[in-house]
Design a protein. Structure first.
Length: 307
């Protein structure tokens, strides 16, 4: 089987988990090797002719469900509205002490949203001040519940500037990294991308967004706060906040609590990161992706033999 055929099927298989059809340009961007658009289009025609994949208007999918095309269009349109909100929220949380970068993550970073979509953020902080920054932001988030806007402030993933390389080097993590949309602090965002250059092994053709301001402008109060806590006392407080947060989340995990999307709650913590436990949702996506790819390649091989 040709490599380009395998790459197209693998790309569609990943997004099929989310029932998200792709354009030909999307497939070219997310393929695991570099191809020109003509090569992609010719192979897509072959695969649709063989009924291995399906063409849904301008989109391609493993599922022959025309409604997916309309769902994507509506999701893309809603994402435009959500992104306008995300830009304002990102500007606000970027002004918190020790924050160096704020980027949009999750489904919104793939330009999709629906009525249940949260606005997820990926945040980079100064070295050894992640837990002070995170605690201040999450204390603020509690106030957003009063107005029912808490889903605008889903600050799920933090790293500090000394812990930028992500250890889980798989297709899920690579996808989340390359689709991040920097809102504030492009300088540190670029350093983060450089620290995770391994993502090019999965997506060598995808172009990383880079349209944010280089540095975050801090206010007078924030600067004073940072100056006070750039001390041994700041180190002690940061470590203490990490320990307290870790204990609280471990209790939630042991109790089997679920989040708003009915997924098991779990968080991994370190002095240099705070992130969802990859053994939960991430592991499930990767496992289902591998099963889909295996089945697809077997189907394509069988079709080739018959023909």
């Amino acid at each position: 089987m040709k490599t380009i055929t395998q790459d197209i099927l693998k790309t569609l298989a990943y997004f099929d988990y989310f029932s998200y059809p792709l354009t030909s340009a999307d497939i070219c961007s997310f393929a695991s090797h570099k191809y020109n658009q003509t090569q992609i289009d010719e192979t897509l025609n072959e695969l649709t002719t063989d009924k291995i994949i399906f063409k849904l208007d301008e989109f391609y999918s493993l599922q022959n469900k025309p409604g997916l095309a309309d769902k994507r269009r509506k999701g893309n349109q809603m994402a435009v509205k959500q992104m306008a909100i995300a830009q304002k929220v990102a500007k606000l949380i970027s002004r918190f002490p020790f924050v160096e970068t704020v980027a949009v993550s999750g489904s919104l970073s793939k330009h999709y949203a629906d009525s249940k979509t949260d606005i997820d953020f990926f945040i980079i902080t100064k070295a050894n001040r992640l837990w002070i920054a995170r605690t201040l932001m999450h204390l603020f988030k509690k106030l957003t519940y009063l107005k029912g806007k808490q889903h605008w402030f889903c600050m799920n993933y933090y790293v500090d500037e000394t812990g930028m390389e992500i250890p889980e080097k798989n297709i899920f993590t690579a996808m989340e990294i390359i689709t991040l949309l920097p809102m504030e602090g492009l300088m540190h965002f670029k350093k983060f991308i450089e620290a995770n250059i391994w993502t090019a092994n999965f997506f060598p053709a995808h172009k990383i967004a880079s349209n944010a301001k280089m540095k975050i402008e801090k206010g007078f109060i924030c600067k004073c706060f940072e100056k006070i806590f750039n001390s041994k006392a700041g180190d002690i407080i940061d470590k203490w906040l990490m320990i307290i947060t870790d204990k609280r989340w471990k209790k939630k995990t042991l109790a089997g609590k679920l989040n708003g999307h009915n997924l098991k709650i779990g968080m991994m913590v370190n002095r240099h990161f705070s992130k969802p436990d990859p053994r939960n949702f991430q592991a499930k996506v990767v496992q289902q992706y591998e099963i889909r790819v295996k089945n697809l390649l077997q189907l394509k091989q069988a079709t080739t033999i018959i023909l």
